[in-house]
Structures are given as structure tokens and as C-alpha cells.
Design a protein around this ligand. Sequence first.
Ligand SMILES: Nc1nc2c(ncn2[C@@H]2O[C@H](COP(=O)(O)OP(=O)(O)OP(=O)(O)O)[C@@H](O)[C@H]2O)c(=O)[nH]1
Length: 305
Amino acid sequence: MTDSEGLQQRRFECLLSAVDQIVVILNGAGEVLRVNAGGASWLNTEAMLSRTFSSLFADEIAEHISSSINKALKSNEPQQLTVSMKPEHSFHWHELGLSSAQVWDTTLVAVSATELMWVARDVSVSKRNEQKLFKQAQRDPLTGAYNRRSLLTVLDHSVAQAQRYDWVCSFLLIDIDHFNQINDQYNWDTGDKVLQQFVRAMLGFQRTADFFARFSDDRFVMFLPETNQEQALLAAERVRKLAAEQQVPCIAADGSEFILNFTVSIGAASLQDAQDTPESILKRAEENLFIAKQSGTNRIEGESN
Ligand SMILES: Nc1nc2c(ncn2[C@@H]2O[C@H](COP(=O)(O)OP(=O)(O)OP(=O)(O)O)[C@@H](O)[C@H]2O)c(=O)[nH]1
């Protein structure tokens, strides 16, 4: 080895010892020549040597890796791949020490016509945070129900779909009765508990296909696909009863405990014709809700067919 080659080699070793990524050197046949564990202290690097790299992965990832190896050797272009690794889906990696699910951003580059370098960066934390932020953006932070933004997106899509295929669908606009009074008479925390308990009860109650969201302050929308007005009124009655059965454990200002009951009023409306939009259906549901409130609360009001 010349001085210059020796220097290059030392630079490479320094770099390897400093990086956090897993680095695997492969020969042209895809066999593992060398492994640097980087931040993956769990990795049994010895056990990887001489094995065919792609065969360590589950079938569908293995296919991607083999094809990336071919592409990298042919094109000299770095090949990027994000892989989701779960010990239970990846027997070999489990054997190699992987004990929890991880997501890796990987790059495969051809170093020469007969050698490749695979570099994997663990991006599990940032992916988890991304998913958490995405979920948070869809949900109301107090109750965990979907928020108005998610609701409007789902309604736009679902109503358009129902019209295209001539399906029925209905909306329930649900409002907690005298909610302002609950806030005023007790306190805001008590109002929060009512909202939270109502949402918990509704999430246990709805069918999988239904979409339930907090629309505004004490107002919720339940979207019922493939449900006509008659069926919607039956569902509304079940919701009304469910709310009236709730017992919310609360603490009064003097520290004593008490149980609070509440009721809801519901306006129902169903898709009627090709001109109907989520806004026009919601408007009719709102008019019906108004009638239910005016008629004494703890009531449902729908459309006459
Ligand atoms: N506790 C609590 N109160 C909220 C929250 N968001 C909004 N509010 C309050 O909820 C109240 C809703 O008032 P209204 O819509 O008049 O409710 P209401 O007394 O049931 O009146 P109707 O809907 O006409 O029956 C307002 O005073 C809001 O300030 C929240 O997250 N928690």
C-alpha cells in the first residue's frame, strides 16, 4: 500500500468510527464483506459477514435490495430506500440483535464495479414525531375526536362519492344542551369533562364506517354513510339516550364530589339530490337542531321525506 493509499484508508477508518449510521460493504454478488454498527450497538456485525445481504430481509424488502444492487452497479447512481423493520417480520435481523421496530433511510452506492456500500440511518424518532404531528393536526386536543378540518375533508370526499354512486348518507349535528350554563354554574373544567366523557362514549358507540368529529365548542357531527333519514333518526335516538345515560364524576368548588348528567339535542339531515353539498346538508341539520332546541332540548329533529 502506498503512503497515499494508507492515508485514504486511515481517513476512511476515521470516518467509519465517527458516523452513527450502519455501514455495510458488499461485493458485486451482494455478499457482506464488512460491517460498521455505528449507533446500532445491538448489531452483531460478525454474524453478518459472508452472508448474502438481501437474504437477511423479508421477501418484499429483499427484492428491492437486490434490484437496488443491480441498479447501483449499472447506473453508478445512489439508490435510496426507506425500510420499516420489525423484529417479528425480520427473523434474521432479530437474530442479529434487532429488538424493536425501526425505520431506516438507506442509501446504496457502487464504490467500484465490484463493491458497494449500504448506509442506513435510523429515522424512527423523526418518523414517530411526524406521525404524531399528523395525528395531532387531525384531532381535537381536548377530546381526541377528529377536528373540524378533518371532518370537512371527509365530508367533501364522502358526499361526492355518495352522489357519484347514488348512495344515501346522513349527518347528525349534535349539541350539548345548556353547555354554557354547565361552564358558568360549575367551572370550565367541568365543561371539559362533559365533552371528554361524551366523546369517549361516542367512540365506543359508533359503527366503524361512521365518522365522528368535534365541529365547534359543544357541537359534534356524526357522518353516517349508507344511512337514510329513517335510519339516521334511529341512530340519533340512540345517541340522545347514550348522552342522557352518562354520569360525569365532578368535583365542586368546596372539594365535594358529585355526578353531573347532561343531555344533547340533535338535528338530522340526509343527502337529497345532485345539488346537495356538505354545506347545504349541514345547514339543514342546523335548522333541525334549532327546532329541537326550541322544542325543549333533549330531542331529535329530522327531515320529513
Ligand atoms: N369547557 C369548555 N367550554 C368550551 C370549550 N370550547 C368552547 N366552550 C364554551 O362553550 C360554550 C358554548 O356555548 P353555547 O353554544 O351557547 O352552548 P349552550 O349553552 O349549549 O347553548 P345552545 O347551544 O344554544 O344550547 C361557550 O361559552 C364557549 O366559550 C371547551 O373546550 N371547554
